[in-house]
Design a protein around this ligand. Structure first.
Ligand code: C5P
Length: 300
């Protein structure tokens, strides 16, 4: 996440994520699932601009050039109090007693319902951005419980760790050192998937574990990392949507070191040995018209 002052405005750029593995360990009494997952920030960003609002209201508007959202997906992005950005703003006002208003302008590049954490990333950007813009002075330790109340992935984006193992609902973060940049080609099929619906179809299986994949990260062994990519949610997501299975099949046809669906889908990615391989794979995938294709690397 990057913060820039531009005149009286504050501009925050916040990334998408991929899950390099995701194990579901069990169902919890609160209805959520206990997870262990490895998340990595990637260079695909939403931008939030914060401006003063003398009316004292909380307002959100969407930039007309928001290529992350085709027209038919627009209803999935409410611009009222149901949006996580405005929920984050309201939560900050509730816990601090701050009465200030804000106009937030969102430029959306991260596709919706894609398993890329866009909504959570925007919520984290709202917490971090408004903490600065409203001069609230909250510490990272104070922001984390607020993040967890907003959604399971919001905590990951708060501290801008490029790579972290996330546990619990996803809100317990253990940052991991990333020795070298990782390169991906990412495909977002035209359909989106609801996280709740995917979890509701899941049959919990034995977790594959994190040991081997963490060793691959530590040693910078990309080939080994490619072999260890795994995601418990791939089965229920492919049951819900043929598009996910077709997207994974397309990714298996291009040259890469491993392929996976991210989060609860619907996006899938291939891990590539270097940027050149990702660019070449993207060129091939674009001819198949499977959806939006991005060449990305880990965000720093
Ligand atoms: O917390 P978040 O809004 O991201 O979760 C969306 C939905 O995904 C939840 O309502 C729940 O149904 C499901 N979920 C889950 N276990 C998790 C995270 C999400 O069951 N660890």
């Amino acid at each position: 996440m990057r913060l820039d002052r531009q005149g009286s405005s504050l501009v925050v750029r916040t990334p998408a994520k991929l899950n390099l593995f995701l194990d579901v360990l069990g169902k919890r009494p609160d209805g959520y699932h206990e997870l262990e997952t490895l998340m990595v920030s990637i260079g695909l960003f939403d931008t939030l601009r914060f401006e003063a609002n003398d009316s004292g209201g909380l307002e959100l508007s969407l930039a007309p050039a928001s290529p992350g959202i085709p027209k038919e997906m627009l209803p999935l992005l409410p611009q009222d109090g149901r949006n996580l950005i405005l929920k984050a703003a309201q939560l900050l006002r509730d816990v601090t007693g701050c009465q200030l208003g804000v106009k937030i302008h969102l430029s959306k590049m991260i596709p919706l319902q894609a398993g890329l954490g866009g909504g959570s990333s925007d919520a984290a950007a709202a917490l971090v951005g408004l903490n600065v813009f409203w001069k609230l002075g909250l510490t990272s330790q104070e922001l984390h419980p607020l993040a967890a109340r907003l959604g399971s992935d919001v905590n990951f984006f708060l501290d801008s760790a490029p790579l972290a193992i996330c546990r619990g609902r996803g809100e317990q973060i253990e940052p991991i050192r990333l020795g070298r940049p990782l390169h991906f080609v990412l495909v977002k099929p035209p359909v989106g998937l609801s996280t709740g619906e995917v979890f509701s179809r899941l049959k919990i299986d034995r977790p594959r574990g994190s040991e081997s994949i963490c060793r691959a990260i530590e040693t910078g062994n990309v080939s080994l990392l490619g072999v260890d990519l795994h995601n418990s949610l791939e089965v229920p997501s492919t049951e819900l949507s043929d598009e996910v299975a077709r997207t994974l099949a397309s990714l298996r046809r291009v040259s890469s070191v491993g392929q996976l669906m991210t989060g609860s889908g619907s996006s899938c990615f291939a891990l590539c040995a270097h940027r050149g391989q990702a660019v070449q794979a993207a060129r091939q995938l674009r001819t198949l018209s499977r959806g939006q294709v991005f060449v990305v690397q880990t965000a720093t």
